[in-house]
Design a protein around this ligand. Structure first.
Ligand SMILES: [Mg+2]
Length: 119
């Protein structure tokens, strides 16, 4: 199982990666923004992406992935501070499979991963 964590904050990437490792997922790569991530999606099983990032934000990234030939079916979990209902609806309509609001617990991360992998 290979994951990618996309966030412009290196601290947040470390927190997410450490949490994933504690949950038993240790094959995790990172990207600083959506644009960098688009070149790293080969063999990825689950994508974790932030919303607010320079170069390419999470919403634009999600739309690009869903429109792509090769990667359109990869489950995407958005991890963000944008917790308003319109934001969540916009993300889901763009093709996000699930949504985590920062800060989050390891238990929540585990639940969301199991949910998207079950589909
Ligand atoms: Mg950010």
């Amino acid at each position: 199982m290979k994951f990618i964590v996309i966030d412009d904050s290196s601290t947040m990437r470390r927190i997410i990666c450490n949490t994933l490792e504690r949950l038993g997922y240790d094959d995790v790569i990172e990207a600083e923004n959506g644009l960098e991530a688009l070149g790293k999606l080969r063999d990825i099983d689950v994508i974790f992406t932030d919303w607010n990032m320079p170069e390419m934000d999470g919403l634009t990234f999600v739309k690009s992935v869903r429109a792509s030939q090769s990667f359109s079916t990869i489950p995407i979990i958005m991890i963000t501070t944008e917790s308003g209902k319109p934001d969540i609806i916009e993300a889901l309509e763009a093709g996000v499979n699930n949504y985590i609001v920062k800060p989050f617990t390891p238990e929540i991360l585990r639940e969301k991963i199991e949910k998207v992998l079950r589909k």
